[in-house]
Each structure stands twice: as structure tokens, then as C-alpha cells.
Design a protein around this ligand. Structure first.
Ligand code: NAD
Ligand code: MLT
Length: 314
């Protein structure tokens, strides 16, 4: 069934290609940066659609104050910044673009693994500060090491492919993907308790759900190899930040690469400033290619909805 969408609000710096495509089919587009909650409550009343990245929180209050809103588009994967249940109660469709930034997030993860193994950010900062210190930055090879991939969906499997090229052994766990299938990608599926003592690196690629919250926590650090390295380019909270800090201080964990945090931006910078931590401010999807792709996809999905085509995304 076709839906009438006349006016759409684009927020959070969604790539301009989104507006161009919507305009071509006669939809009126307004582009704004980030609005405060109060500004958004006022603004939303005028629009049939809204497109956001991750900065805007589309809360129940915003949705309940909307008058004609029928679609919230998320130019990206995670919809944790949108109250999907409140939207559903109001009959507002929520759409995301689940594969538009997969390659960028996978490449960022692989870059983090490489940077972690050779302390590249720390060595770079040291040289920029005027030091020629080679002793402090003895690295480790990735060749022959075991990478555990928790969550073998879109991003997890792309990470596996790329890190196999470095000679890493890839093992993993995903409750929804049969071992026969992961074996085709060169990933041995194992139960979690068998993974922890085998892994030299663990990278997480699950959504943040009640059952994945603190998935990497005290228990894992108790049973893992001494010198384990952890990577989180998925969602803050999958790795228990307090347990990670303890494991870094005790030497159980030799390093962590974090792109995402429980609180974003983090107000407590203890982990970020830890000498064994390398970090980026949620940059996994921050490439011009991924941003164009997700903006294009969400625009096409909205146009499809207007034309009565089957809905895509969440
Ligand atoms: P996906 O849905 O394709 O894959 C997630 C996988 O996790 C699924 O196969 C699911 O079965 C599995 N899973 C669920 N619970 C699990 C558990 N307890 N243990 C192991 N596996 C479990 O998602 P994706 O596109 O690969 O994205 C993965 C994560 O990366 C999401 O949290 C997404 O929001 C995040 N992400 C982050 C960035 C970034 O900028 N840092 C960019 C894109 C995506
Ligand atoms: C996503 O879920 O798509 C990523 O976290 C990137 C983003 O927030 O844009």
C-alpha cells in the first residue's frame, strides 16, 4: 500500500544524496544538524518523515508529540537510538540500512586489530612528542594467532575473511548460524566456553541486547589466555568496561581497541586514556562511501514506501 510522504526532516548530517533523491520525487526536504529534544518535539509536528544517524535520540516523547509522522529512517545499522516500540504503537514505520556500512565497519575493525598488535597510535603519539623510542613498542605478529569472532553476521564474517589473509586462525560463535555455514567461511564455530581459552584476540560483532550486555566480562577474563587483546567496534556495553579496566591493569588483557562506549561521548575517560587502549569516537561507519551508501539506501527505501513497494529494514 502506498503511503503519502510530503515533507521529510534530515538530521545528524545525513549525506546530501538522501535529500537529492527525495527531492527528485517531489518530497520537500529540510536539512538540519542536531536539534535539542525540545526543538525536535516542536519541529517533528510538521513532518511526515525523519531521517537520522545515531546522534538524535528518537524518544517516545518525540514520537507521541508527532502529528503526521509515518516514517523514521535510520541511515545506518543500529536502531538503538530510536524507541521502536513507541514508534510501532503510533503506527510509525522504522527503517534502517543494515548492510550499507558493513564494509567500513569491518575495515575499521581490521585496522584496529593491526594497530593494536603494533601499538601504532601510541608509537605515533610518542614520536610526535619528540621521542625516538623503539624499545617501548615491541609488537606481536598476527600470523598464527587465533581471532575469536563473537557474532558472525554481516560484519563478523567480513572481518574473518580479511584477517585470514594475515594468517590468523578464525574461530567464532553465533547462535543463529550453523557451524556448517561458518566453516564455509573458514570460521570454526565453538561453544563460548571453548573459545575463551583459545583466543589471542576477541572481536565482538553482536547487537547490544540484554543477553549480550557484559558478554565479555569477569568470567571471560578469568578463563582467557594471559595477554588476550579485545576489540569492540559493535556497541558499548558488550564488553564490560569495569572488568576490562581491571584486566588491563592486572596484565590479563594486553590491550583493547574501542570504537564504541557505554556512554557516548564518554564522560569518564579512564579507559580511553589507559596506555594499553587505543580508541576512536564511533568511527566504524565514518567513511564517505558508507555514508553515501546509507543515505542513498534510506532515500530509496522511503521512495519505495511512497510508491507502495515492499518495506525494507527493521
Ligand atoms: P548482524 O545483525 O548482521 O549480525 C549480528 C550477529 O550477532 C547475528 O548473526 C546474531 O545472530 C549474532 N548474535 C546475537 N546474539 C549473539 C550472542 N549472544 N553471541 C554471539 N552472536 C550473537 O549485525 P552487523 O551488521 O554485523 O552489526 C554488528 C554490530 O555492529 C551491531 O551492534 C551494529 O549496530 C554495530 N555496528 C557498529 C558500527 C560502528 O560504527 N562502530 C557500524 C555498523 C554496525
Ligand atoms: C550503525 O549502527 O550504523 C553504526 O553504529 C554507525 C552509525 O551510528 O552511524
Amino acid at each position: 500500500m502506498a503511503t503519502e510522504v510530503k515533507k521529510v526532516l534530515l538530521l545528524d548530517g545525513v549525506d546530501p544524496v538522501c535529500g537529492q533523491i527525495l527531492t527528485q520525487v517531489g518530497i520537500e526536504v529540510t536539512t538540519k544538524g542536531k536539534l535539542s529534544q525540545d526543538e525536535l518535539i516542536q519541529a517533528v509536528k510538521e513532518y511526515d518523515g525523519m531521517v537520522v544517524r545515531s546522534a538524535t535520540k528518537v524518544t517516545a516523547e518525540i514520537l507521541n508529540k508527532s502529528e503526521r509522522l509515518c516514517i523514521v529512517g535510520r541511515a545506518g545499522t543500529g536502531v538503538d537510538n530510536i524507541d521502536v516500540q513507541a514508534a510501532t504503537r503510533r503506527g510509525v514505520i522504522v527503517m534502517n540500512t543494515p548492510d550499507g556500512n558493513t564494509l567500513s565497519a569491518a575495515e575499521h575493525t581490521c585496522s584496529m586489530i593491526c594497530a593494536l598488535s603494533r601499538s601504532i597510535p601510541q608509537a605515533c603519539a610518542s614520536l610526535k612528542a619528540g621521542n625516538w623510542d623503539r624499545k617501548s613498542f615491541m609488537g606481536t605478529e598476527l600470523y598464527g594467532k587465533t581471532l575469536a569472532i563473537i557474532g558472525l553476521g554481516r560484519i563478523g564474517r567480513e572481518v574473518a575473511k580479511r584477517m585470514q589473509a594475515f594468517g590468523m586462525t578464525t574461530i567464532g560463535y553465533d547462535p543463529l548460524i550453523p557451524a556448517k555455514v561458518t566453516a564455509e567461511w573458514g570460521v570454526e564455530s565453538l561453544p563460548l566456553e571453548e573459545i575463551w581459552p583459545k583466543a589471542d584476540y576477541i572481536t565482538v560483532h553482536t547487537p547490544l541486547l540484554p543477553h549480550t550486555k557484559n558478554l565479555i566480562g569477569e568470567t571471560v577474563f578469568k578463563t582467557c589466555k594471559q595477554g588476550l587483546r579485545i576489540v569492540n567496534v559493535a556497541r558499548g556495553g558488550i564488553v564490560d568496561e569495569a572488568a576490562l579496566l581491571q584486566a588491563l591493569d592486572s596484565g590479563t588483557c594486553a590491550g583493547a581497541a574501542l570504537d564504541v562506549f557505554l556512554e557516548e561521548p564518554p564522560t569518564d575517560l579512564t579507559l580511553c586514556k589507559h596506555p594499553k587502549v587505543i580508541c576512536t569516537p564511533h568511527l566504524g561507519a565514518n567513511t564517505s562511501e558508507a555514508q553515501k551508501r546509507v543515505a542513498l539506501q534510506i532515500a530509496e527505501q522511503i521512495v519505495g514506501m511512497v510508491k507502495g513497494r515492499p518495506l525494507v529494514g527493521v
